[in-house]
Design a binder for this molecule. Structure first.
Ligand SMILES: *[C@@H]1O[C@H](CO)[C@@H](O)[C@H](O)[C@H]1NC(C)=O
Ligand SMILES: *[C@@H]1O[C@H](CO)[C@@H](O)[C@H](O)[C@H]1NC(C)=O
Ligand SMILES: *[C@@H]1O[C@H](CO)[C@@H](O)[C@H](O)[C@H]1NC(C)=O
Ligand SMILES: *[C@@H]1O[C@H](CO)[C@@H](O)[C@H](O)[C@H]1NC(C)=O
Ligand SMILES: *[C@@H]1O[C@H](CO)[C@@H](O)[C@H](O)[C@H]1NC(C)=O
Ligand SMILES: *[C@@H]1O[C@H](CO)[C@@H](O)[C@H](O)[C@H]1NC(C)=O
Length: 620
């Protein structure tokens, strides 16, 4: 079983932060492959072990970057474990979360940089790019997601380039409104962290290192000391910053205590990064006037251009934030068609200043597969003992790039759900039986399980899957009769039941359909009968007729027993009467006995009790 179910006991850590009465956010940190819970410096963060869970292989880890949590182990998933492996974490309170996964290298295999994909709740949030091990900000994937059904599934999809290797998984609750950017923002949106930089410092920092609020989600800030050949200047301050750690994003104050300021030799500040084309991005810019030379509003004014378009005009940080040493956060959503994102700060008055940048890719969350159909497939997986290579983990239909092998999916736009409309598991060496739950695949049009080692009966519930057009169960070991219910499958065009051990009469409703050009094959079943091409069946008897016959036989036997008893009893009486009569007048006694015998014979069959009544009466 590769589906890892983590049932964690210590779910809530109800400690209260000193600044407010709000409880601490839910936080779940997993050290993959660890045998014991561990704590890491400098904040003594607690990481839970996952050692009790099967699937994947625990190994010693080599950390590709110094920003990777200092955990000694990882879990990796060779292809023999299947192309899709998931952690399913239960009992996660409904809410908004930052989900982060750090990747690692297996200790004995450090030259092998694996490339794979990561999905959260069925939506791909990250594809590792070659060279990731040498870029600090690429050693993890992070996305902001809404988790609404008390569980989260995080899956790793092999792409044929090495084994997915995971050091840690963090599920950190953030404010419900965190990173709200406008009306399009909402529960169906995932923000994938593409870049987060802190300006004017050389130290990479996590919110935790900055003593940031736990509701901030422990963001990682990649440092940029300078934007261009030291033509700009770093600034920093020890002074406190107003309006920094406020809802909904709770940025650490220290983020605003350093900045880059442009100079005369390079008046513009330009930040460029690679992006995926034809995606929407949410861009967040952070400012605080920490330059002692600026004493009031109107002294520093600039524009912000994104890929050459002016997105913010006449920014005056002191004026807009209300004061010096006060945080100002601006956000903008842009659609990018090209592969680069360029953010330019262009001065109108004085020089420009910039404290930090965040860039998120906006991803529309995938709709999931109908829960009932997922349960049906899981029952089938179990009943047929599906091997790992099928990768039946996570959601069957999403990510759409990695559906379960053999499953054909159909999206229902009105219900916003995926359904299974085809299953092709033919010639896969499967052994087992067909579970009743297969009938819960209400949208199935085609089912091909031909050429396996499936035993037992065809479940009669299959007759409720009225959408079925193609049913191929040929070349298995199915026995018993074909359920009558299959006659209800009026859409059925092809039915292959040949090459099994089926017996009994082919349902008449199916036989009749043959006339309408459907193609059915019942050959090579030793005991089937009843349609042209198959042997003739014995006389056809309904269940009622069978019960009637059985009842008739029973009654006849009962009658026979009773009559024998009557006869025997009378015989006894006659003998006794004859003995008495012989002592008196023999002819009288004989005639009387004869007549009672006639009456008895005629009454005996009509009522079972008569014999008993007459018996004693003869004696009186
Ligand atoms: C992992 O490292 C520990 C020591 O740190 C060692 O005892 C153990 O054998 C290693 N495990 C593997 C699978 O290499
Ligand atoms: C982001 O910008 C939009 C519109 O510009 C604004 O309504 C929203 O409040 C901003 N979000 C945050 C968290 O400040
Ligand atoms: C970008 O956002 C616009 C407006 O919300 C939307 O119509 C468009 O489909 C989005 N594009 C992508 C690639 O998500
Ligand atoms: C089912 O699979 C078998 C074996 O792959 C194939 O020969 C057969 O044509 C398929 N059945 C249908 C109805 O397509
Ligand atoms: C049908 O097959 C099953 C499983 O192989 C077996 O247990 C059962 O006895 C068989 N029933 C009949 C009527 O042959
Ligand atoms: C039915 O199946 C048998 C093998 O079991 C095959 O020889 C025959 O050609 C099939 N008939 C049709 C009409 O496909």
């Amino acid at each position: 079983m590769l589906r890892l179910t983590l049932l964690w006991l210590p779910v809530f850590l109800f400690f209260f932060s000193s600044s407010s009465a709000r409880p601490a956010p839910y936080a779940m940190r997993i050290s993959c492959g660890a045998r014991i819970n561990v704590r890491t410096p400098p904040t003594y963060t607690r990481w839970y072990k996952d050692f009790a869970y099967t699937g994947g292989i625990p190994a010693n880890a080599t950390q590709p970057s110094f920003i990777t949590p200092h955990l000694k182990t990882l879990r990796y998933f060779p292809l023999s474990e299947g192309p899709e492996n998931c952690y399913i974490i239960n009992r996660v309170p409904k809410g908004h979360y930052s989900v982060r996964i750090f990747f690692g290298l297996v200790e004995h295999d450090i030259d092998n940089e694996p490339l794979f994909e990561v999905s959260v709740e069925g939506t791909i949030i990250h594809s590792l790019k070659s060279g990731w091990t040498s870029h600090d900000e690429q050693v993890f994937a992070e996305a902001l997601v809404f988790l609404l059904d008390n569980t989260v599934s995080i899956c790793f999809h092999s792409t044929g380039h090495g084994d997915p290797s995971i050091i840690s998984i963090e599920i950190l609750q953030i404010d419900d409104k965190a990173y709200y950017y406008g009306p399009e923002w909402g529960k169906g949106i995932i923000l994938k962290t593409t870049s987060r930089v802190t300006c004017g410092t050389a130290k990479p920092k996590f919110d935790e290192d900055y003593s940031g609020d736990h509701w901030g989600g422990d963001r990682f800030w990649h440092p940029i000391r300078t934007f261009g050949k030291n033509a700009d200047e770093p600034r920093s301050t020890e002074g406190s910053i107003k309006q920094a750690s406020v809802a909904p994003n709770f940025y650490p104050e220290a983020l605003y205590q350093s900045a880059i300021v442009s100079t005369n030799s390079q008046p513009d500040l330009t930040y460029t990064m690679d992006v995926d084309p034809n995606k929407n991005y949410s861009i967040w810019l952070h400012f605080a006037e920490i330059d002692a030379s600026i004493t009031g509003a109107g002294q520093r004014v600039f524009d912000v251009l994104i890929n050459g378009e002016t997105e913010f005009e006449n920014i005056d940080v002191v004026d807009m934030s209300g004061d010096r040493y006060t945080a100002l956060v601006l956000n903008k959503t842009v659609a990018l068609s090209g592969r680069t994102l360029t953010i330019t700060l262009h001065p109108k008055k004085g020089h420009v200043i910039l404290n930090a940048i965040e860039v998120f890719q906006i991803i529309v969350a995938e709709s999931k597969t109908s829960a009932e159909e997922v349960r049906a497939l899981q029952a089938l997986k179990k009943a047929l003992g599906l091997p790992n290579r099928f990768g039946w983990n996570g959601d069957p239909c999403v990510p759409t790039e990695h559906p379960w092998s053999g499953a054909d999916c159909h999206f229902d736009k009105s219900g916003r759900k995926w359904f299974i409309d085809g299953l092709g598991l033919d010639n896969q060496g499967l052994r087992g039986f067909l579970p009743n739950e297969i009938s819960k695949l209400h949208h199935l049009k085609s089912l091909n399980l031909s050429g396996n080692t499936i035993h037992g009966a065809i479940p009669s519930s299959l007759g409720t899957v009225i959408s079925l057009e193609i049913l191929d169960l040929s070349y298995n070991f199915l026995n018993r009769s074909i359920p009558e219910s299959l006659g209800k499958l009026t859409a059925l065009r092809r039915l292959n039941l040949n090459g099994n051990s089926l017996s009994g009469r082919v349902p008449t409703a199916l036989g009749g359909r043959l006339l309408n050009g459907a193609s059915f094959n019942f050959t090579d079943n030793p005991g089937l009968c009843g349609i042209p091409g198959l042997p003739k069946c014995g006389p056809h008897l309904s269940v009622g007729a069978k019960i009637g016959i059985a009842f008739g036989i029973f009654m006849s036997l009962l009658l026979l027993v009773l009559c024998s008893w009557c006869w025997w009893k009378r015989r006894q009486n006659i003998l006794r009467t004859q003995q008495i009569a012989a002592a008196r007048s023999a002819p009288y006694a004989k005639s009387r006995t004869q007549s009672s015998h006639d009456i008895q014979m005629s009454r005996c069959p009509s009522r079972g009790r008569t014999a008993a009544e007459n018996g004693p009466s003869l004696l009186s």
